[in-house]
Ligand binder design. Structure first.
Ligand code: PSV
Ligand code: MN
Length: 388
């Protein structure tokens, strides 16, 4: 039996980072649906992130995406966040929405464009210095659509050179999170398509470079928990972008499409003693709420991650090891499934009550009147969204 007091302590100490862009409007390439009350500025996104933390108690940081969250004074932005009780988390770079990047950013055949993209990475480290952020999160849309379009190997050399510059610019307590994605927007070859490519670049760079696993960025059927176990063993797992998918990079609420997969991932985290924030993994959400109301959807996503974590913590690891060592296949599997099939909602309600929170954060948010207030107050101006 798992030690219940220890499980509750671990759940109370868990940390999940919200993404600023999830509070803005989003959609697909066919249509972006605007919602009333959506933030018009980085400050309003941060205010919404603070509300998610207020009701969940486990989301005290918000990731920024530059230039979507561009401001004149990042130090002041960090102070504003602190005044609302939250911190600035990962700084995400954006080298995918400029005409210059049609043939790539840091891997572009044109040296001038590579310079521009690399300078953006360096600018992001300046922002980290001003906001006190630890993590520089890099995702490159770079890739090619047609065989022969560019030289696959040269592109790796160009990528390595840009990463080296960014890495060498990092302060002692800063690090790179290198995210991979198998396709989109490039359809034939992507320059960082998988965890192996990301891992190899991280090893080449040094200890301050680690892999970010976005759960939506794999081929269907990929065993993501294996990747988690492998990278933990190599001490190169730095972060997650949680979201769920039915088809490709759907960016739906974490735990919505496949709660069992999220449980299996969180079990490897628990198994690797990597849940504690002191271990250094940044458990982020990276999702878009195209049709559902954003703040309660983000709260729901946080709860889904908590539920998967609680189940992972409940696995009777002594019984599991015994069954594994005995070669008792059915027993080992049933030990894992017993934990997965436990209804952990009452346990999490207790954890929240102990933290002085409402046991049902989604309902508490609905009762709070915040949604009605932002709908009434946020009138006019330019709503935040992709590209805004
Ligand atoms: C790319 O699909 C990605 O997962 C990266 O993390 C980007 O920064 C983010 O989505 C943009 O929404
Ligand atoms: Mn991502």
């Amino acid at each position: 039996m798992a030690d219940l007091a220890a499980v509750k302590r671990a759940l109370a100490a868990q940390r999940i980072e919200t993404p600023s862009w999830a509070f803005g409007n989003s959609g697909t390439r066919f249509k972006v649906f605007a919602q009333a009350g959506v933030p018009r500025s980085p400050q309003e996104k941060i205010a919404d992130a603070a509300v998610v933390h207020k009701f969940t108690g486990v989301a005290p940081t918000v990731a920024l995406h530059i230039p979507w969250d561009k401001v004149d004074d990042y130090r002041a932005l960090g102070e504003y966040a602190a005044s609302l009780g939250i911190g600035i988390g990962a700084i995400n770079t954006n080298v995918f929405q400029d005409d210059d990047y049609k043939l790539g950013s840091v891997t572009n055949p044109d040296a001038g464009i590579r310079r521009k993209a690399t300078d953006h990475l360096l600018e992001a480290v300046d922002i980290m210095d001003a906001t006190g952020s630890r993590d520089l999160k890099l995702w490159f849309s770079d890739g090619i659509n047609y065989p022969g379009q560019d030289d696959l190997r040269n592109r790796q050399d160009r990528l390595a050179a840009a990463l080296r510059e960014a890495y060498d610019r990092l302060g002692d307590h800063q690090r790179i999170l290198l995210e991979y994605k198998l396709f989109e927007p490039a359809f034939y070859a992507t320059d960082v398509p998988d965890w192996g490519t990301s891992y190899a670049h991280c090893v080449e760079l040094g200890e301050k470079a680690t892999v970010c696993i976005d759960t939506g960025h794999h081929a269907p059927g990929t065993n993501i928990e294996f990747i988690v176990a492998f990278l933990l063993r190599q001490k190169r797992l730095g972060a997650f972008d949680f979201n769920s998918r039915f088809y490709a990079d759907d960016d739906l609420m974490a735990g919505a499409a496949d709660p069992f997969q999220l449980f299996r991932i969180m079990y490897e985290i628990v198994r690797g003693d990597a849940l504690d924030p002191a271990y250094g993994i940044n458990f982020m959400l990276d999702q878009c709420h195209n049709i559902e109301t954003k703040i309660p959807a983000i709260i729901r996503s946080v709860l889904n991650v908590q539920e998967a974590t609680a189940k992972a913590l409940l696995v009777d690891r002594a019984a599991l090891t015994r069954a594994q060592n005995d070669g008792n296949v059915l027993e080992a599997n049933s030990v894992l499934m017993d934990a997965y099939n436990t209804d952990v909602r009452p346990l999490l309600a207790e954890v929240r009550a102990d933290l002085g929170l409402d046991p049902d954060p989604v309902r508490a948010y609905r009762r709070s009147g915040y949604q009605e207030r932002i709908v009434a107050e946020r009138v006019g101006g330019q709503q935040a969204g992709w590209g805004a």
